[in-house]
Design a protein around this ligand. Structure first.
Ligand SMILES: [Zn+2]
Length: 513
């Protein structure tokens, strides 16, 4: 990987810690704003909907803090921001923005200025918001999945190289994405100890992750050649690692522990069972084609599979999508059952139970169980009360719709497909050029340091963020009290079809039930 190698040789590089729950929505929001979820408000891909127990897709309109491009733009810098998650609808920056994976499709709302959409379609006809590799991998079409990852990468970097060539941008930021998909879908072929490893397939696809890294390095070189930037930062929003193919249904565990109460016990309803079968056994492509036919019926079944049969008056806690738990708090939840005065005791009881939960091999299910206030700082609504850090590689789901009894299963026993690689808490940073000291390998850094580092190198002032510039950044930090006026904070107006499109994408990556 000569391009990345040159940055490491000439500059500084090392591990960089992400932020719980280590997914792209949250981590990119932290990376872009320099503040933690307690301040930027993006706690997950999905956020609680006002007034009921359902969830809605989060977008950048839920982001309560300015991103580094807002600050740079406001200071008069010309910016190009391409495919960064949590940038839909595209913002009116001074320059060009193409939205990332929270955009339902490549249309006028996902591109700024709108006139750039034509240029984009002409100069990068294969451009996609996100690759279709999840769909191909879920039906075992490994060749197609690998091709899809690399083709999407090349189309995106072609666009970025075109955008960079006039060299009239002060800041160019792009999410190349392909390495993430390579981890998710190809870990089982790369790792001989993975429960789904097949030596025959490994002969062809054991090196896909390496090939995708090499392709990414080639495209990085192409962008650097076109742009000839003074300074380059290469960052990942999290790391990657294998699944252990244990699957924990968190709300079913809460029910088993007596924190969540179901209105009718015993066998799941016919709709739920049918929906579970559909979810588990049909490939994504078939589910997608069935969607217009089933439409609202599927939505209703999904909702009832999640929360439809909960007796909220007797439920003290519930889980959403990630391994976090919210109390059913009086005054905050629509049918709260835990008075604020009891919150502390319920959380401590829940924490003790979570710490005792073991996988069948005797391993703890959670590496750490923390109170939200020990992880996040700030008063943004929508987060969890208790954070359960999963043991490495454990799959998590909200409710068990497989019609199998119990809350902990081997993935293979459920008939479900989930990716064989998951995110891990530590990713990487490498940087070189003006404003970066050539320190070589450095110790662990934090994702909240990226924004301050880039702003320092650009010479753009900003107020104190949650992370100072990296220690290897020599460019001077310029403090200010002024905040850009461009930040909104409200749910995006999605059509049902648009929201379904984003949800299907998140399902393919294994984030959403
Ligand atoms: Zn990912």
């Amino acid at each position: 990987m000569p391009a990345l190698g040159a940055l490491c040789r000439d500059g500084a590089f090392g591990p960089m810690r992400s932020v719980f729950p280590y997914n792209s929505a949250v981590a990119w929001a932290s990376l872009s704003t320099g503040v933690n979820p307690g301040r930027h408000g993006i706690f997950d891909f999905l956020l609680p909907r006002e007034g009921d127990y359902q969830l809605r897709v989060a977008t950048r309109e839920d982001r309560r803090a300015p991103a580094l491009w807002n600050r740079a733009s406001e200071a008069g810098a010309r910016v190009g921001v391409i495919n960064i998650p949590m940038t839909f609808p595209a913002e009116h920056v001074n320059g060009i923005m193409v939205s990332g994976m929270d955009a339902p499709g490549l249309d006028e709302r996902a591109v700024h200025p709108v006139t750039y959409l034509e240029t984009l379609r002409r100069s990068a006809p294969g451009y996609r918001i996100i690759s279709n590799a999840a769909k191909e991998a879920s039906r075992g079409a490994w060749d197609a999945a690998e091709r899809e990852l690399i083709d999407t990468l090349v189309a995106r970097s072609s666009l970025v190289a075109d955008l960079a060539r006039p060299r009239d941008l002060d800041l160019l930021m792009v999410n190349l994405e392909a390495t993430d998909g390579a981890h998710h879908f190809f870990w089982q072929h790369h790792d001989p100890t993975h429960p789904r490893h097949d030596p025959v397939l490994a002969r062809r696809f054991g090196d896909t992750i390496a090939r995708v890294y090499e392709a990414t390095d080639r495209e990085l070189a192409r962008i650097i050649d076109a742009f000839s930037p003074d300074t380059v930062f290469v960052v990942s929003d999290h790391g990657g690692g294998p699944t252990n193919d244990w699957l924990l249904f968190l709300n079913d565990w809460l029910a088993a522990e007596g924190f969540l109460s179901l209105a009718q016990s015993g066998t799941p309803s016919v709709t739920r069972r049918l929906y579970g079968e559909l979810r588990g056994r049909l490939p994504v492509s078939v589910r997608r084609s069935l969607r217009p036919l089933l439409g609202r019926a599927v939505d209703r079944a999904r909702q009832s599979a999640l929360y439809g049969d909960v007796d909220w008056s007797r439920s003290r806690a519930y889980a959403q999508m990630q391994a976090g738990v919210r109390l059913n708090l009086v005054g905050r939840e629509p049918s709260g059952a835990v008075p604020p005065g009891d919150a502390d005791a319920v959380l401590e009881e829940l924490r003790a139970r979570a710490q005792r939960l073991r996988l069948q091999e005797g391993e703890p299910a959670f590496e750490a169980v923390r109170r939200s206030e020990d992880v996040y700082v700030g008063d943004a609504p929508g987060g969890w009360d208790l954070i359960l850090e999963l043991t490495a590689g454990l799959h998590i789901r909200s409710r068990n719709t497989t019609s199998r009894r119990g809350f902990l299963h081997r993935l293979a026993d459920t008939g479900m497909y989930l990716p064989s690689g998951v995110h891990t808490p530590v990713g990487m940073v490498a940087a070189a050029g003006t404003g970066v000291e050539p320190r070589g390998l450095v110790g662990e850094t934090d994702i909240h340091q990226v924004a301050a580092s880039v702003l320092a190198v650009l010479g753009v002032p900003a107020p104190a963020l949650d992370g100072p510039p990296f220690g290897f950044v020599s460019a001077e930090w310029r403090p200010t009290d002024a905040e850009p006026a461009t930040v909104q904070d409200r749910p995006t107006d999605f059509s049902e079809q648009e929201e379904a499109e984003v949800l299907e994408r998140l399902r393919g990556l294994g984030y959403v039930d």
